[in-house]
Design a protein around this ligand. Structure first.
Ligand code: ZN
Length: 68
């Protein structure tokens, strides 16, 4: 399958912490370095604790350089 974020062919993929996209490990690494990653992780953990296993994530924040 292809990565839902960068569209490159991905043999190994994983669920994004920010949303429900299946992303490649390169994109996952980028997420880990994202300043909001911890926030996304904590939000996810909070929802799971409440019993919500279908949390859609806080949404992937657009990178500054991609904005006009
Ligand atoms: Zn990717």
């Amino acid at each position: 399958m292809n990565c839902e974020r960068c569209n490159k062919k991905a043999i190994v993929h994983t669920m994004s912490m920010f949303n429900v996209e299946n992303i490649c490990m390169t994109c996952k690494e980028e997420e880990r370095r994202h300043p909001d990653y911890e926030k996304a992780r904590v939000a996810e953990a909070k929802e799971v604790k409440k019993g919500n296993y279908n949390f859609k994530g806080i949404g992937f924040p657009k990178k500054k350089k991609e904005e006009d």
